[in-house]
Design a protein around this ligand. Structure first.
Ligand code: ZN
Length: 413
């Protein structure tokens, strides 16, 4: 006597189905009524949502079913969830797409205003994806109060995502409607933008508007965001590192605050800061700072008095792996610093480093010597010796669900 698969008890069929990829469950369940019944149990789709898309709702769904969420929202848009960098010339940008109850929300994350590098990131919502009461999926641009249609396209194999607003004519800036065809409306928006984006150090000018954030989008009527995945290095557990990798905000003098991705090389000899947002000199995606972890230093307070002293300092060779104690830190006399930084008397580590500098438009880029100074797990600085200036970096503390992309990063390493 032969046993057909549908003769198995329902609990066992359930277990078989839960190990199939979601789209295959649909196909298998078309074959007979018994399988169709088991395949329509919502707890099966709850499991699929969690395993395939890490989607879970605390307290359960209110208005929909996991099957609908899976088949209408996650199957098409689930791979958009995570952190992305915006593929925009010069400025770049950071976009965060996340689950929100029974849908998906996309936001641009902006650095805090200069010079307050320790403040939280600012968030500007771009779109949301949700189900209507008729179970249709709706993608809405949230740049105006009532919202209007836009499109989100994810290509998981290429690792890209594209967001396009289909109607910029009703976009608001603050509570001001932007009329792109009207010069005086644009000037008004420019003035509001300058008021909003001018940090308390008064730093800002016209090129900030044209190069940075949404200013350029307004003026040039840009309504497409091309996104590339942003890979954050997972926490380092089996090695002594001066600090954990991740996203940092850093002061870049007149350019304001820029966002950096700090990660270690495979052999842990180098720590690099790559720009997620950039400026007209060194644009996004370029490396800003390379720290030579094989060249730590221990300096006395006297050696740090001035930039000239630091520049010519003769540092003893320290064997890699030597356990270093906290050491004196003195802010050099002739070094400029704009963040109102209150320097501590000691630091944890200090290394030789190189910072990338260039003319406007990334002309003639060169590496310039510097000192990389770690104050604590979430704060470090870079003394640019030739520029006689100091950048302060502070960790992005918000928990932007890095887990999904971090895991993918691990797989591709
Ligand atoms: Zn729009």
């Amino acid at each position: 006597m032969s046993l057909h698969i549908v003769d198995l008890p329902p609990e066992l069929l359930f277990q078989i189905l839960r190990h199939l990829p979601g789209p295959d469950i649909g196909r298998v369940c078309q074959t007979c009524r018994k399988l169709r019944e088991i395949g329509s149990v919502d707890s099966l789709w709850q499991i699929k949502c969690r395993i395939e898309y890490k989607y879970a709702v605390e307290g359960g769904l209110e208005n929909s079913s996991y099957y609908k969420i899976y088949s209408k929202v996650l199957h098409k848009y689930g791979k958009s969830v995570g952190l992305w960098r915006r593929d925009r010339k010069v400025y770049g940008g950071l976009v965060w797409i996340r689950y929100d109850k029974e849908g998906i929300v996309g936001s641009e994350l902006l650095a805090p205003l200069s010079p307050n590098v320790k403040e939280s990131m600012r968030r500007f919502d771009l779109f949301n994806i949700s189900l209507t009461s008729e179970d249709e999926v709706k993608v809405t641009c949230t740049a105006e109060v009532n919202g209007h249609p836009c499109s989100v396209k994810v290509k998981p194999k290429k690792g890209t995502c594209k967001y396009t607003c289909l109607d910029t004519s009703n976009h608001l800036y603050g509570d001001k409607k932007i009329d792109l065809k009207n010069d005086s409306s644009l000037i008004e928006v420019l003035n509001i933008w300058l008021d909003n984006e001018r940090g308390s150090d008064g730093d800002n000018d016209m090129y900030h508007f044209t190069y940075y954030g949404r200013g350029m989008d307004f003026l040039k009527n840009i309504h497409t965001y091309k996104l590339k995945p942003l890979l954050i290095q997972p926490p380092v557990q089996d090695k002594d590192v001066p600090l954990q990798p991740g996203l940092f905000k850093g002061t870049y003098s007149a350019h304001g605050i820029e966002i950096m991705n700090a990660e270690y090389s495979q052999n842990f000899n180098t720590l690099t800061l790559t720009k997620i947002t950039g400026d007209p000199n060194v644009p996004a995606t370029k490396v800003s700072v390379k720290v030579d972890l094989l060249r730590p230093m221990v300096l006395t307070a006297n050696q740090q008095e001035s930039i000239d002293n630091l520049d010519g300092v003769d540092t003893a060779h320290i064997e890699p792996g030597t356990k270093l104690e906290p050491q004196p830190f003195v802010f050099p006399r002739n070094c400029s610093e704009r963040s109102g930084f209150n320097p501590p008397k000691t630091c944890l580590f200090r290394y030789h480093a190189q910072g990338q500098i260039a003319g406007h438009g990334f002309r003639s880029p060169t590496w310039s010597p510097g000192h990389f100074v770690v104050f604590d797990e979430d704060t470090f600085g870079m003394i640019w010796l030739q520029l006689e200036s100091f950048s302060l970096y502070s960790r992005v503390m918000e928990k932007y669900d890095f887990s999904k992309l971090a895991q993918e990063h691990e797989l591709t390493r």
